[in-house]
Design a protein around this ligand. Structure first.
Ligand code: SAM
Ligand code: DTB
Ligand code: SF4
Length: 335
């Protein structure tokens, strides 16, 4: 019988093609989770979870037509369009996030991409949040030449920009920009020396082949993203995807496991959808190698488990928040 704890040399050198990732998805559930857990324990303390707090710094009115998104101006979701928040308000929220135990503060803006005039206030937010001793992350859409370098100079640690879904399915969800546009921004972020946070969404009506394709595309980014958010679609009334049938939660767990096995040194974030998944499925996700969450009562525009519920879950599972060492580097892994 195969010893699943010992990846063969072939596995170490072969690229993660969609077919190879699909073969992971097709494993018996226990074998898949065992393999994921084995890989996880090689690179991380299996009982620590990195905590990021998310804040929407510019909500709604986005020009893009992403089919899942509450913030697209093209979908009638009843969301009020807001202006970019003041720097002081964002820094206050970051201070509270740090006091609550988060180590990274992620600021999201509903933009196709930032205008140069918007970048100044965002640079100030990054600078001041960083000065609090938090890791900084922003997600602002597509970047143009020079913008990533400005963010890096302000002290940005991570840029979140998701592939969202495999290239063959992308056009069924988003038509106002392309999968190739997303890759261009990821290249700019990498070249500026910023850590890459890149993942996707499942539960949008895609096939297993598409989910495997997404994981394959992420795993073949070179270098691999330091942080990989895996989102379960949150069905927002008024969006084109609001009536999607639920994805089987065990298929979501399989997606997490496939991300862990193919990206062994990355932090895999159990992202949107935790409230809907419930405690037992979240526990399976941690077992499958998820080691990061969004921590705080709100995501961008939708709900997240209350902090008290997360603390209770961590107690039940014996999980601890992942510390950051004094020089800002993590104790385990590289993400
Ligand atoms: N406008 C920027 C962009 O698109 O890159 C940043 C914000 S956008 C809201 C960040 C990511 O959140 C999306 O790429 C998507 O993966 C995720 N997301 C947005 N709405 C979601 C939903 N309803 N359910 C699950 N994930 C969602
Ligand atoms: C990511 O992958 N998930 C986060 C973050 N990156 C920016 C956003 C989730 C949004 C969920 C829907 C909402 O709250 O609007
Ligand atoms: Fe705009 Fe980002 Fe939402 Fe797409 S996902 S509509 S780009 S805010």
């Amino acid at each position: 019988m195969n010893d699943l704890s010992k990846p063969t040399l072939d596995e170490a050198v072969q690229p993660w093609t969609p077919a190879r990732v699909e073969a992971l998805f097709a494993l018996p559930f226990n074998d898949l989770l065992f393999q994921a857990q084995t890989v996880h324990r090689k690179h991380f303390d299996a009982n620590t979870v990195q905590l990021s707090t998310l804040m929407s710094i510019k909500t709604g009115g986005c020009s893009e037509d992403c089919g899942y998104c509450s913030q697209s101006a093209r979908h009638d979701t009843g969301l009020e369009r807001e202006r970019l928040l003041d720097v002081a308000e964002v820094v206050d929220a970051a201070r509270a996030a740090k006091a609550g135990g988060a180590t990274r503060f992620c600021m999201g803006a509903a933009w196709r991409g930032p205008k140069d005039k918007d970048l100044g206030p965002v640079e100030a937010m990054v600078r001041e949040v960083k000065a609090l001793g938090l890791e900084t992350c922003v997600t602002l859409g597509m970047l143009r030449e020079g913008q990533a370098e400005r963010l890096k100079a302000a002290g940005l640690d991570y840029y979140n920009h998701n592939l969202d879904t495999a290239s063959e399915f992308y056009g069924q969800v988003i038509t106002t920009h392309t999968h190739a546009d997303r890759l261009d921004t990821l290249t700019r972020v990498r070249e500026a020396g910023i850590h890459v946070c890149c993942g996707g969404i499942v539960g949008m009506g895609e096939s297993r082949r598409v989910r495997a394709g997404l994981i394959s595309e992420l795993a073949n980014l070179d270098p691999q993203p330091e942080s990989v958010p895996v989102n379960m679609l949150v069905k927002v009334p008024g969006t084109p995807l609001d009536e999607q049938p639920d994805l089987d939660p065990l298929e979501f767990v399989r997606t997490i496991a496939a991300a862990r096995i193919t990206m062994p040194r990355s932090h895999v974030r159990l992202s949107a959808g935790r409230r809907e998944l419930g405690e037992a499925v979240q526990a399976l996700c941690f077992m499958a190698g998820a080691n990061s969450i969004f921590y705080g009562d709100k995501l961008l525009t939708t709900g997240n488990p209350d902090v008290s519920a997360d603390q209770a879950l961590f107690d039940k599972l014996g999980l601890k928040p992942e510390p950051v060492t004094e020089d800002g580097r993590r104790c385990a892994g590289h993400g």
